[in-house]
Every structure is written in structure tokens, then in C-alpha cells.
Ligand binder design. Structure first.
Ligand SMILES: Nc1ncnc2c1ncn2[C@@H]1O[C@H](COP(=O)(O)OP(=O)(O)O)[C@@H](O)[C@H]1O
Ligand SMILES: [Mg+2]
Length: 317
């Protein structure tokens, strides 16, 4: 059993996408997976084909009851290939946003509600993946208190490394109180397109955190977005680019220890063969205009260049 929190305080970088991709890859490897949706926007919940949940994570965090998450967990609506393990979900609801405010009033401190709610529940799974909201507020802090390790999702875009520094400082502060937990599992670069801009910011992240950026990065592909929109695992999608995306998540899951090391079944396609069309890029990626310095231009000193070392523990939660 391993509990992994997927975090970034910015929305739209791909936390939910990576959560679902890794869940699909681990299930394809036969692992029992629970996705805990901690974002009031509930994108992971609907991405897993659940719309009508009566009991949600919000209920489980209401009090301090060990194992309370058990009452809200349900089977996802994913119909994966028959040899894939089923995926369970602890669904979210918009009410979770109010719950966060209410938890903040707890004078004793409510940062470990989720850890308590997961007691005895997490043990029933090989992998528990927590999809966090786009903030470093109390819900994300709860995920960090419940997790064994944290996966940071970053996009190759202007100054994304600044956000990463802030997350790393918060993780370090919590790990100090929890005897070294959670560990940093790595930084996964998502939505990696083929523009010079993407290559530049991807390079910045790798230069600042050579030991943390994990390979492979997740490429920008229309199939990835379509899988979530259709509430289906990308492994079950047959359109162009789906096999390549699934292979990428399989490899990422292996690198992160969420799938066994044995090589996957060979796919019909080359692993990186799908070149996104202009249309796909226009759909999913901003143009290069105004997105920061180009690689060949001199680099003006800025927040990236002057970022503090990540080992400091002085940042604010
Ligand atoms: N690798 C990718 N290729 C194409 N689209 C992507 C990719 N990753 C994320 N997206 C799309 O970008 C949007 C934001 O992703 P999401 O996972 O919801 O981000 P977050 O959970 O961090 O807010 C969604 O519409 C998603 O489908
Ligand atoms: Mg999300």
C-alpha cells in the first residue's frame, strides 16, 4: 500500500489528468487502486464516471472518525479492459469548499482529518492516489498529512518552477513534523508540447531540479483530454495517440513504483509517434506570443534564477 498526493497550487497543470493516467496504468498492471478526489471541482470524480454520489469525501471529513472514508468509497464507472483491476473512488462534491473553511476553525487543528479517515481503508488497496485542489490550503495540507509521498505536476510554462519551490518548502515543513513523511516522489512535467517555449521551461525545471524531474514527461495529446471528457481510462480509448499516451503513463507508473517493472505489452504504435496536429495544438496550447524569453535570447535574472534552495523550511504553509 502506498498513498500518493498529486499536487500543484495552480489549476490546469494536469493534476487530475496525471492522477487518472496513473490510476489507469496501475489498474492495467492489476493493482487495486483508490482515487481520493479532494478537489471541490470534482473533475477526478466525473472523469471516473461518477455523477450521482450521495456520500462524498465531504462527509468523511465532517468529524474525526477513523476509517470514515470507507462509507463513501464506491466503484468507479470506468469500464477498462477485462484484465484491468477495477478502480475505486472517494468522490468529491462542491460542498468540500465550505468544509475547508469549517475545518480552518478547528482550534485543535484539522490537518490530519484525511489521514484519520483513511485509517484501515488505505490498507485495502495497492495504490491510493489523492487528487488535490489548486491551492496549498487546508485540503492540500490534509493530503500531505495523509500521504507517504507527493508527486508534483508542473507544466512547462512561465515561472512554473516558482510554484514548485513553494510546494517543496511546504512539504519540507510537514515532513519535519511527520518524521520525514511525505517524501517527494518527483516532479512530472505534463502538457509537454513541441514548441520552443515548452522546451525552454521544461529545461528550466530540469536545471533547477535535476534529481526530482521524472521521465517520461507527459506529452500534450488530444487523446489525453478526450479520455477525461469521456470518463474513460486512456488505456481503453482507441483514437489516434491514445496508445502512446497509455504507454507514457505505464512507463511513468513503473518509474514511480506504481506498476511492476516488467515491460508492457508492445503497442502497435511507436511510443512517441504521434505528432500533434496544428489543430490539436491550437485546441490545447497557447501560442508562443508573450510567454517569456525564447531559448536563444539572453535570460534576464528573475524569480527562477534567484529561487531559494528547496531545503529551507521557512516558507509559509
Ligand atoms: N497531457 C495533456 N494533453 C492534453 N490535454 C491535457 C493534458 N493534461 C491536461 N490536459 C487538459 O488540460 C486541462 C487541465 O488539466 P487538469 O488535469 O484538469 O488540471 P488540474 O487538475 O491541475 O486543474 C484539462 O482540460 C485536461 O484535459
Ligand atoms: Mg484537477
Amino acid at each position: 500500500m502506498g498513498v500518493t498526493a498529486v499536487v500543484n497550487q495552480k489549476g490546469g497543470v494536469g493534476k487530475t489528468t496525471v492522477t487518472l493516467g496513473l490510476a489507469a496504468a496501475a489498474a492495467a498492471d492489476g493493482r487495486r487502486v483508490l482515487v481520493v478526489d479532494l478537489d471541490p471541482q470534482a473533475n477526478a470524480t466525473t472523469g471516473l464516471g461518477v455523477w450521482d454520489a450521495e456520500r462524498t469525501v465531504d462527509h468523511a471529513l465532517e468529524g474525526e472518525a477513523p476509517g470514515s472514508l470507507r462509507d463513501v468509497v464506491r466503484r468507479s464507472g470506468w469500464a477498462g479492459p477485462p484484465d484491468h483491476a477495477p478502480v475505486d473512488v472517494a468522490p468529491s462534491s462542491p460542498r468540500l469548499a465550505q468544509r475547508e473553511h469549517q475545518l480552518a476553525m478547528d482550534v485543535i487543528g484539522a490537518q490530519d482529518r484525511l489521514a484519520v479517515a483513511l485509517e484501515g481503508v488505505a490498507e485495502g488497496y495497492d495504490e491510493v492516489v489523492i487528487d488535490c485542489p489548486p491551492s496549498l490550503g487546508l485540503l492540500t495540507v490534509n493530503a500531505l498529512f495523509a500521504a507517504d509521498r507527493v508527486l508534483i505536476v508542473a507544466e512547462p510554462a512561465a515561472w512554473s518552477s516558482d510554484g514548485v519551490e513553494q510546494i517543496l518548502r511546504n512539504i519540507a515543513r510537514i515532513a519535519e513534523r511527520r518524521g520525514g513523511r511525505p517524501a517527494v516522489a518527483g516532479i512530472v512535467v505534463n502538457r509537454l508540447g513541441r514548441t520552443r517555449d515548452a522546451a525552454y521551461w521544461d529545461g528550466q525545471l530540469r536545471e533547477l531540479h535535476p534529481e526530482l524531474v521524472v521521465d517520461p514527461s507527459v506529452r500534450l495529446r488530444a487523446a489525453v483530454a478526450e479520455a477525461a471528457a469521456q470518463s474513460t481510462p486512456v488505456h481503453a480509448l482507441t483514437r489516434d495517440g491514445a496508445a502512446e499516451a497509455a504507454a507514457e503513463f505505464d512507463e511513468l507508473a513503473r518509474v514511480l513504483g506504481m506498476a511492476s517493472a516488467a515491460p508492457a505489452e508492445p503497442t502497435e504504435h511507436e511510443p512517441t509517434g504521434h505528432e500533434p496536429t496544428e489543430h490539436e495544438l491550437a485546441e490545447h496550447e497557447p501560442t508562443e506570443h508573450g510567454l517569456g524569453p525564447q531559448p536563444q535570447q539572453p535570460f534576464a535574472p528573475g524569480p527562477v534564477a534567484s529561487a531559494p534552495p528547496v531545503t529551507t523550511t521557512t516558507g509559509d504553509v
